[in-house]
Design a protein around this ligand. Structure first.
Ligand SMILES: NC(=O)c1ccc[n+]([C@@H]2O[C@H](COP(=O)([O-])OP(=O)(O)OC[C@H]3O[C@@H](n4cnc5c(N)ncnc54)[C@H](OP(=O)(O)O)[C@@H]3O)[C@@H](O)[C@H]2O)c1
Length: 294
């Protein structure tokens, strides 16, 4: 039976990955930041040597995209050398390593889905740091390193766009949402299941894209959320990104292709709208619980 170690287990994806692996009856150790800081090389070596996992999945990351613009070195320490620490420890122990990465490694100006082997060209500090992590894994673990890129994540265990829209629908008569950024809203539970399928397949080491199929804009996603809430979708109004300037420019086009899954014969994640409908009751419950607590 596969023994799992999940780092960043206190985060939105890490929480769902640990729960999904555990629900299959597989032994999994989840380590949150307090339990294992990936920038501490000695602690990483020790955790992997003691735990003797077959596979390590790194869900730990500096994910504050705008803050990274003014703190790139600190973001890099987690997303670059932190990942290299894990790769070095896995190389010593023989464990496979799955590194979770992002659409932000691409320029975001394409007009067709990014393939796994398209040339990265990050336009943000966050994207540069995440690319450093990818390179550490692929360079140090050519026979046992996997990069799983995802994007536009939502889940029950962290702040995200879907939960924000549930809150705003309750608080505001109208909501303005950008309509010129294209991507694939993706449920953390689907990414967890995809990582599990990858680990249990004969997949070659390398890069895989774990996003929903299809595509929409943040505006399109917000309208779908309002409809799911029984609210009038016309209360969501489209605006251009230029009306909402941010320190880190957001990619206009973040759609990722799924061709690599054909190799191991693993079906890609399904259509984004279907996933949202499945996830929604849990997201609503989590947001309502947070609202009551807050
Ligand atoms: N969210 C998205 O839309 C999205 C899109 C594309 C890719 N991704 C990638 O998906 C992965 C999971 O993201 P997420 O959405 O679950 O983010 P998240 O909720 O922010 O989780 C990241 C976790 O990493 C922890 N962490 C930060 N620095 C650490 C360190 N030095 N050592 C150990 N843990 C550390 C954080 O702890 P603290 O909270 O205590 O700092 C947090 O619990 C990341 O690799 C991210 O780049 C996310």
């Amino acid at each position: 039976m596969t023994r799992w170690l999940v780092t960043g287990a206190g985060g939105m994806l890490g929480t769902d990955l640990v729960a999904t692996v555990a629900s299959r009856g597989e032994p999994v150790t989840g380590m949150d930041r307090a339990g294992l800081d990936v920038t501490d090389a000695a602690a990483v070596t020790d955790a992997i040597a003691r735990g003797r996992p077959d596979v390590v999945v790194n869900c730990a990351a500096w994910t504050a995209v705008d803050d990274a613009e003014v703190a790139e070195e600190r973001a890099l320490a987690v997303n670059g050398p932190g990942v290299a620490n894990l790769a070095a420890a896995c190389a010593r122990s023989g464990a496979r390593l799955v590194q979770v990465s992002t659409d932000y490694v691409f320029a975001g100006d394409a007009s067709r889905p990014y393939a796994e082997d398209d040339v990265p060209a990050p336009r943000t500090a966050y994207g540069r740091t995440k690319l450093a992590g990818e390179r550490a894994v692929l360079g140090q673990l050519p026979g046992s390193g996997y990069v799983v890129r995802t994007a536009w994540l939502y889940g029950a265990h962290g702040p995200n766009f879907v939960r924000t829209m549930i809150k705003l629908e309750d608080q505001r008569p109208t909501v303005d949402v950008v309509d010129d950024q294209h991507g694939q809203p993706t449920w953390t539970v689907d990414v967890a299941r995809q990582i599990i399928a990858l680990v249990h397949s004969t997949a070659a080491p390398g890069i895989y894209h774990a996003t929903s199929s299809g595509q929409t804009t943040w505006f399109g996603l917000a309208r779908e959320i309002f409809a799911l809430l029984g609210a009038d979708p016309a209360r969501v109004r489209p605006i251009p990104s230029s009306a909402l300037p941010r320190p880190a420019p957001r990619p206009a086009y973040s759609v990722l292709g799924h061709g690599a899954w054909a190799g191991p014969g693993v079906p890609p994640i399904g259509e984004w709208r279907t996933a949202l409908h499945r996830a929604f009751p849990g997201l609503l419950a989590a947001q309502r619980a947070a609202g009551v607590a807050g």
